[in-house]
Design a protein around this ligand. Structure first.
Ligand code: C2E
Ligand code: CA
Ligand code: CA
Length: 644
């Protein structure tokens, strides 16, 4: 059976969480109001005693004692149930003061009811019942004193001016308890009403929130969108300023996401993005922020980054989490991401600029080979400005004929003769002097300019072969480098074909060099293009071999004629060192099995050349014989070569 008590009778509605903190401040505010009431009563008590007893001391002292005690209690108990109970007691002590000053005059008892009404402002029943209990207690005590005619320090103890008796106390008690119940019930109704009101307000608020949620969030991942990010950043900036804290903006972009979308379909792509959002959320703290601002672009705001080392650890953790396997609808995917970082306020205090900086740093992480992060620095900024300047200058340079091809001879080790050359581009800049390809090829690739430049290179290589033939060198082939980007261009085949026809050269002398990564990136498309190009009869060389995926099974599929062993393997060959270069030997053996010509690049020393020859590599290229040189110098070398 349920026990009948205040709890069951006054079953208060549950106060929802969102309102609890409001309650706390409400109680503190009410405590203050009560202190004001106590102060007013102190004044009244002093005033009344000065009339009744022609001295204000009694009212002044007792009222002061009550009020000051409560002010003291406020310091320690404000907002708590204890404070409310103490206020209730204090209110009732004032009733006592008033009643006794008037020798128990019955009208003075009305103060009790007023005081209880005032206490109802708390919207809490506890003080009301404490007040009732206090009243009954002091009625009993003072009735007893009056009954036995005991006095306290000459003070009147009269509580009823018409005699005394416990029946009167009982009657008063019943009235006081009745009021307590009525006030308590009113409070309950008030709270219920408040909660209902709050609920409907919240419903409206909820609807609004739902509406704004869809406009502020990315519908795929549920993360904040770009617009939302900016409004949140305003708050984050304000907090950072107020507490003098730093925060980091991470610009994260998935590597090769387009491939996944293109090859496996958008459905898989979308599911992957959702998983990425989830994984990211599990990695950052609650007060950090993640937003999706574009297809595969995410912004992560990491708050309170005083320690750069710690920040780096978090970023490494994020990158690591990408390298783990992703199981998406029965597809096991490999993924990586590139991250650019800018820090507020160190890099800039302007949000748009910070975002741009983080983006630039990300771009740098991409061009540095992806799957890495990069902090924005002023050097980077400078570098990027320079890159932009270069990018803008490329078109003019091509028009003004500033690009030239240099030629690096390829040598047959057994005879020491030049069998061909690799064309390497140089930019003869009017004010900057000779610019090397590492300064502009990546930029040209990123901006798409490589397509134009590439076709010039192909043309120029063919013209060079024509000039060589004219001089009677019809055994020397020339190769040119072709970028990934050019392979995505449908015109590559016809560009090469046109160059061959226009210059009327033996097709076997024309060669292209492509890197392994070109092959692997868009495997199917590339393979098809490559086969078509091969059908022209030209020579195809796989460049930088050994640095990438290098798998024999792949190698078999590719229509290639030669392998160029990457310089890094040649660098490893040291004089008199431990020269058991397993990988190098395997590559050479592999090339032999597949009947490919093998050439080593970057040979700078005689012993490197000798070692290579010994292991079965018949050709090389490198500073040991010659750097890449201008056309007329190359002709001179050929001249000497002929005389050999
Ligand atoms: P790559 O195709 O691997 O070219 C070999 C690079 O190594 C060349 O640098 C060459 O000068 C350098 N090299 C050759 N022998 C030695 C040596 O013994 N020691 C050392 N330390 N270096 C040697 P370069 O000309 O600066 O070209 C750099 C890269 O730029 C090339 O690497 C290639 O990826 C790219 N590149 C150059 N010309 C072209 C071009 O016409 N088209 C395209 N798409 N890329 C080009
Ligand atoms: Ca090359
Ligand atoms: Ca190379």
């Amino acid at each position: 059976m349920k026990r009948l008590g205040i709890n069951t009778l006054f079953k208060f509605p549950n106060v929802p969480d969102f309102a609890r903190s409001n309650f706390e401040s409400h109680f503190i505010y009410a405590d203050k109001v009560m202190l004001v009431f106590l102060g007013i009563q102190w004044f009244i008590a002093t005033f009344i005693t000065s009339i009744t007893y022609s001295t204000y001391t009694y009212g002044f002292l007792s009222g002061g004692l009550i009020t000051f005690s409560l002010m003291g209690a406020y310091r320690y108990f404000k907002g708590t149930q204890v404070m409310r109970a103490l206020v209730a007691v204090a209110m009732m002590l004032f009733s006592l003061v008033f009643i006794q000053q008037h020798l128990g005059r019955i009208e003075m008892h009305f103060h009790i009811f007023i005081a209880m009404a005032i206490l109802s402002l708390y919207k809490d029943i506890v003080p009301v019942f404490v007040a009732a209990a206090t009243t009954i207690l002091h009625h009993v005590v003072f009735n007893t004193l009056q009954f036995y005619e005991v006095t306290l320090f000459d003070m009147p103890v009269m509580i009823f001016n018409y005699g005394c008796g416990f029946d009167i106390v009982l009657l008063h008690g019943v009235f006081v308890i009745a009021e307590a119940f009525i006030v308590g019930y009113i409070i309950k109704l008030q709270i219920e009403y408040g909660v209902e009101l709050n609920k409907s307000e919240n419903k409206i608020l909820g609807l609004n929130q739902e509406l704004s949620f869809t406009s502020l969030h990315d519908s795929l991942t549920g993360l904040p969108n770009r617009y939302n990010l900016h409004s949140k950043l305003d708050i984050i900036v304000a907090n950072a300023n107020r507490y003098q804290r730093k925060f980091a903006i991470l610009f994260l972009d998935l590597d090769h996401f387009k491939n996944i979308n293109d090859t496996l379909g958008h459905n898989i792509g979308d599911t992957l993005l959702k998983s990425v959002a989830k994984r990211l959320q599990s990695l950052v703290r609650e007060n950090d922020l993640i937003a999706r601002i574009g297809g595969d672009e995410f912004i992560i705001i990491l708050n309170d980054v005083e320690d750069i080392h710690r920040l780096e650890q978090v970023i490494i953790k994020i990158l690591d989490s990408f390298r783990r396997e992703w199981m998406i609808q029965d597809h096991l995917l490999r993924l990586s991401a590139s991250i650019g970082v800018a820090i507020y306020p160190d890099d800039s205090t302007e949000i748009n600029e910070l975002m741009k900086f983080a983006d630039l740093a990300m771009y740098k992480a991409k061009s540095g080979g992806r799957d890495q992060f990069n902090f924005f620095t002023s050097t980077l900024n400078h570098q990027i400005h320079e890159e932009v300047a270069i990018a803008n200058d490329l078109h003019r340079a091509l028009k003004d004929n500033e690009f030239v091809l240099f030629y690096q001879p390829k040598i047959e080790i057994s005879t020491g003769k030049i069998i061909g050359a690799e064309a390497l581009i140089r930019w003869n800049h009017p004010s900057r002097g000779m610019i090397f390809p590492d300064k502009f090829i990546t930029i040209a690739e990123n901006t798409g300019f490589i397509l134009k430049l590439g076709s010039w290179i192909i043309d120029e290589t063919a013209r060079m072969i024509g000039r060589l033939c004219q001089k009677g060198y019809n055994e020397i082939h020339v190769s040119c480098n072709v970028s990934t980007r050019q392979f995505q261009n449908l015109n590559l085949y016809s560009e090469i074909e046109n160059a061959l026809i226009k210059n009327d050269i033996p097709v076997g002398l024309f060669a292209i060099e492509i890197t392994e990564s070109v092959m692997m990136e868009y495997l199917e498309v590339t393979l098809e293009t490559l086969k078509k190009i091969k059908s022209l009869g030209i020579h195809i060389c796989m460049d930088d071999f050994g640095t990438g995926y290098s798998s024999l099974s792949y190698l078999r599929q590719f229509p290639i004629d030669s392998l160029k062993i990457d310089k890094s393997f040649v660098d490893d060959i040291t004089e008199g060192g431990d020269n058991s270069h397993l990988l190098l030997n395997t590559i050479i053996a592999m090339g032999e099995t597949l009947n490919l010509h093998i050439i080593a690049e970057g040979v700078e020393e005689a012993y490197q050349m000798e070692y290579l020859f010994e292991k079965g590599c018949p050709y090389y290229q490198g500073y040991y014989f010659s750097k890449a040189i201008a056309e007329e110098n190359f002709f001179t070398l050929c001249e000497i070569n002929r005389a050999k």
